[in-house]
Design a binder for this molecule. Structure first.
Ligand code: C2E
Ligand code: MG
Length: 575
């Protein structure tokens, strides 16, 4: 398979390469017509030609007729399977309608799916797209698991099974299920524990310190729970107990854990968090019970106020919703259910829109319009955001190209660039290809990078930003001031515009907040950096912003995010 890190395995013109192998010329012609607008198509008339073509060029998907002279499709499948270089090449086998034996045999031999003759153009396109999307997903999963493996390897050095002497995950599942069934009438809880930022603790201190913390915690939990329930270290810094309801107060347990670990005299705060799942049905698999307790724990992790959270029915809804989002995302992208909304950014002095921000929404067939707040964090977790972002950017490019065509010029649009894109080398190439393809100048698509992404990995992101700027892109720092920005960061920040959220004013001492905003506006001017205030909701906020010299504003006061047709009207109304 090609190296996916560069251009995602597609060829220079951005289209995947499809090899069509069929001995009947008219079939090849039909398929070429179906696919040539989305794929770079090449052809082979028998199995031998397929192997020659594969040796000569990179191919992303193979459409393979099973019955061919010289070397048939089954022989080709056997060859691909036995050669590592081709083992992952996705193959769509082509059979006569009703040839279910042939289809089954092809799938057994490694074909990803099949097409039946005569070809149905829409089905053929969808199947090819699905097969390619699966390869992409597999690749991302492999990347993720390589990353996870690296992390777990790091942990393994400090967590041999013998480290804590507690049960491991498997024996916890087994023993807990047995205990619950034996005491069928007694109510039990699963309590899940996690340490905040354990990886950081490991990196800050020696690995032996990490081990010591784990052993100490294990000792404490074992002492608290082992005579009345089950207790395990599931992996890394994740522990679980199953104890009779009401037998131990989880908050007291957390306090006890804190004290025990503090007695080690570390200079860094080690914070434990817990999630509780009150078991209702003892026949639910224990891994699902643990998953629910973990879901509850995620609610409070990082909080300074609460350290324990109990799973309830409303969380179940949320969990199901998350599962639905993950299940439907691929299909939604294929079916173009994601829609790009635009929120105009205004110049207050003239009252005219001068830019817009692209914000994605999901028009789900049964759930209605889903807000990005719900799915973007999940897609950042599973990697799908990289593909969704590219989809959004391409929609934006199409919109800009249409504007240019109709009006001779277009209003710049900024797009959100998830931090995950920076771990994917094809980012700049993709954007440049987009500009080339739609004949756009680089200053029309502006890039919003969140402050959080920047502070997470300042060196790498700063380097990437410099490269974008060298190509003429403007870079905006999104949510500036919301996280860990510092004076030092501001000094070295290579961005063109700061986006500051008006909600900074709310809560706390508003007088001070206003003074700080005024100072930020002045500072931005002094260092020749633009500033956009977002979240502007009231007239009073507009006059305050004007009074401190801020001119670019985005917010409900002016306009909410809107579909593209409405934006078009807004941009050209009165002209
Ligand atoms: P963001 O980039 O900070 O976008 C601004 C958010 O503030 C948007 O929420 C917008 O609708 C909302 N907003 C605008 N004006 C006001 C106002 O006056 N008051 C209030 N209360 N809110 C206002 P939205 O559209 O729900 O997007 C949420 C976040 O999701 C975005 O925050 C961005 O981080 C992310 N997001 C949206 N679209 C994309 C995308 O295509 N790719 C990526 N990676 N992230 C996206
Ligand atoms: Mg933004």
């Amino acid at each position: 398979m090609p190296d996916k890190s560069e251009g995602e395995g597609e060829q220079m013109d951005g289209r995947p390469v499809m090899l069509i192998a069929d001995d009947v010329e008219v079939n090849r012609t039909i398929l070429r017509q179906i696919f040539q607008d989305q794929y770079e198509v090449c052809e082979a008339a028998n199995g031998q030609d397929v192997l020659t073509a594969l040796a000569q060029r990179e191919v992303n998907i193979l459409l393979l007729d099973l019955v061919m002279p010289v070397m048939d499709g089954y022989e080709v499948l056997a060859y691909l399977k036995s050669h590592d270089a081709y083992a992952e090449l996705p193959v769509l086998a082509m059979t006569a309608r009703g040839d279910s034996d042939g289809q089954a045999r092809a799938i057994e031999m490694g074909a990803a799916d099949f097409l039946t003759k005569p070809f149905h153009p829409r089905v053929a396109r969808l199947r090819a797209r699905n097969v390619l999307a699966n390869v992409e997903n597999e690749w991302r999963k492999a990347m993720q698991s390589a990353k996870d493996h690296q992390i777990s390897e790091m942990h393994r050095t400090i967590e041999e099974d013998s480290l804590t002497g507690l049960d491991n995950r498997e024996s916890f599942y087994r023993k807990t299920a047995a205990m619950l069934q034996k005491n069928e009438t007694l109510p039990y809880d699963i309590v899940y524990f996690d340490i905040d930022h354990f990886k950081v603790i490991n990196a800050l201190f020696h690995i032996e310190t990490g081990s010591l913390i784990l052993k100490t915690a294990a000792f404490y939990l074992q002492a608290a729970a082992s005579t009345i329930g089950t207790c395990a270290r599931l992996e890394a810094d994740h522990f679980a107990l199953c104890i009779p309801r009401g037998s131990i107060d989880a908050n007291l347990l957390i306090q006890g854990l804190d004290n025990t670990v503090q007695s080690l005299g570390l200079s860094h705060n080690v914070l434990f968090y817990a999630g509780i799942y009150p078991i209702e049905n003892i026949y639910l698999p224990v891994d699902q019970m643990v998953e629910r307790a973990r879901f509850a724990e995620k609610r409070v992790r990082g909080s300074h106020v609460e350290r324990v959270y109990t799973y309830d029915a409303s969380m179940r809804e949320k969990m199901l919703k998350e599962q639905m989002i993950m299940r439907d995302m691929e299909f939604a992208l294929q079916e173009r259910q994601f829609q790009v909304y635009y929120q105009p950014i205004y110049r207050a002095s003239t009252g005219a829109p001068v830019q817009a921000e692209a914000l994605v929404r999901w028009q789900h067939p049964s759930e209605g319009l889903i807000s990005p707040g719900l799915f973007v964090p999940l897609f950042e977790h599973n990697g799908f955001i990289v593909r969704l972002d590219r989809y959004v950017w391409e929609e934006v490019a199409k919109f800009l190209a249409a504007e240019k065509e109709q009006y001779g010029k277009a209003t710049p649009v900024s797009v959100n660039v998830s931090r995950l894109n920076f771990y994917n080398h094809g980012l700049l190439d993709f954007l440049l290809e987009l500009l080339r393809h739609y004949h756009l100048a680089s200053d029309l698509i502006r890039l919003e990078v969140t402050e959080q992404a920047y502070t997470e990995n300042p060196l790498q992101i700063a380097k990437a930003i410099e490269e974008f700027r060298a190509q003429g892109f403007r870079v905006l720092m999104d949510n500036f001031g919301s996280g860990a920005s510092s004076l030092k960061m501001l000094k070295n920040l290579p961005v063109d515009v700061l986006k500051v959220d008006m909600r900074f004013l709310h809560g706390g001492d508003e007088h001070r907040a206003r003074a700080i905003l005024a100072a930020i506006v002045q500072t931005a001017k002094a260092i020749d950096t633009g500033i956009i205030m977002e979240g502007v909701e009231t007239e009073e906020e507009v006059s305050f912003l004007k009074s401190i010299g801020c001119d670019a504003m985005q917010g409900y006061y002016y306009a909410r995010p809107m579909p593209v047709e409405e934006l078009r009207k807004k941009l050209h109304e009165g002209k």
